[in-house]
Design a protein around this ligand. Structure first.
Ligand code: GLU
Length: 379
């Protein structure tokens, strides 16, 4: 797909702005830079695009307020900086947009919203409601309360998760570099395949900054996830305060990562990247072959063993006899029910349970093969 076609089709856009853009040349939080970015976003809102902003800068802003120059290593101080900075950051955005007759809405996320399907759906619905109201959602990690287990870690990962959860048409990652550079330090305008992307990883040099996290490697990881979920991404120079206009004018600017897969369904995306499965279904070799290679749903007859506790509707891991997890899906039956019907034909389910809601234990529409995940291959 060509850049121009991608841009023409783009309606819902996630824009990620890194702390390095929102800080001035001395590394201090720059209100002017935030305003520069706001003007660009206003242009997109006026074009009737749906915009979701993922803004870093809470920690940098908080550090500035209390005159801390190096990113704190102690967690309470770091989280205190985020708490101090987040409100100030939002105030700059809100003050700008309210004058232009737009509302902003703060959304602070932690990775655990993706562990549970109910919370995942809830988050998506909130985004949809805000966008329908014409409000600009402004997202950050909930740095103040986050612990290692539920941390995105950087806003490159957070923004790609937001693009997936909202089914965005494009993620624009505004950073302090003009895009991916080749060996001659020229911006590469397009990356169109997984292998091109992988070869770039060897060329990435990271410079350590005092106030920021992320970097080119995490941008490439985010790009890979998006390319395999059917969402294009552009890395471009956020220091240029007319960058979004240039991109939407069709200028060949920044690096465009073109998806190598179709956009995945919402359920499948959640199953691949976000689900925290509750149990395991171990299949015999015939069922493994039917599911892995023949596009079939999973039936009770092919299940040879079970592990863990799960209810109907939970996400479960689907394993082959060698213990390799090759798929995930939403089970139509609970552990207790499957204990009774595993190894039996679908026609026997009603006789054993006294009812039958579904022929399939996992319907194909609710099943995803993990080889479809970026970087995974057939076993
Ligand atoms: N969430 C952090 C903040 O607002 C920034 C993380 C990042 O820049 O990747 O300060």
């Amino acid at each position: 797909m060509k850049r121009i076609d991608i841009l023409k089709k783009t309606n819902r856009i996630v824009i990620k702005i890194g702390s390095s853009i929102l800080c001035d040349s001395k590394g201090g939080f720059s209100r002017d830079a935030v305003i520069g970015v706001c003007k660009e976003i206003l242009f997109l809102l006026k074009e009737k695009k749906e915009v979701i902003l993922v803004s870093s800068g809470a920690i940098a802003c908080g550090m500035d307020m209390i005159h801390v120059t190096k990113r704190p290593k102690e967690l309470p101080l770091l989280q205190a900086c985020a708490a101090i900075g987040q409100g100030k950051l939002m105030k700059v955005y809100e003050d700008f947009f309210v004058k232009k007759k737009y509302h902003t809405a703060q959304i602070l996320l932690t990775q655990d919203i993706f562990y549970d399907r109910g919370r995942y759906l809830n988050t998506r619905n909130t985004f949809n409601a805000l966008l329908e109201l014409g409000v600009l959602p402004i997202v950050n990690e909930n740095d103040t309360v986050v612990t290692d287990e539920i941390r995105f870690g950087d806003n490159d990962r957070l923004s790609s998760a937001v693009a997936q959860i909202t089914g965005a048409d494009l993620l624009i990652n505004l950073s302090n570099v003009g895009g991916m550079l080749d060996f001659q330090k020229k911006v590469i305008s397009e990356i169109g395949s997984e292998s091109e992307l992988d070869s770039l990883k060897n060329m990435v040099f990271e410079s350590k900054a005092e106030k920021t996290v992320g970097g080119m490697k995490s941008k490439l990881d985010a790009a890979k996830i998006l390319m395999s979920s059917g969402i294009p991404m552009i890395i471009a120079d956020g220091k240029d305060f007319s960058i979004l206009r240039k991109i939407f004018d069709g200028k060949n600017i920044g690096t465009l990562f073109i998806p190598f897969k179709q956009k995945a369904s919402f359920t499948k995306t959640w199953l691949i990247y976000s689900a925290s499965p509750k149990g395991k279904l171990i299949l015999d070799s015939g069922a493994f072959d039917a599911v892995q290679h023949k596009g079939k749903s999973l039936l009770s007859g092919g299940i040879s063993a079970l592990e863990g506790h799960f209810k109907a509707g939970d996400a479960v891991r689907v394993m082959n006899e060698k213990g390799y997890e090759f798929a995930r899906g939403l089970t139509n039956y609970s552990r207790e029910e499957l204990d009774k019907i595993r190894g039996r034909k679908s026609a026997e389910i009603e006789g054993v349970l006294g009812y039958k809601f579904y022929d399939e234990v996992i319907h194909r529409d609710n099943l995803v093969l993990l080889k479809d995940r970026a970087g995974e291959h057939d076993h």
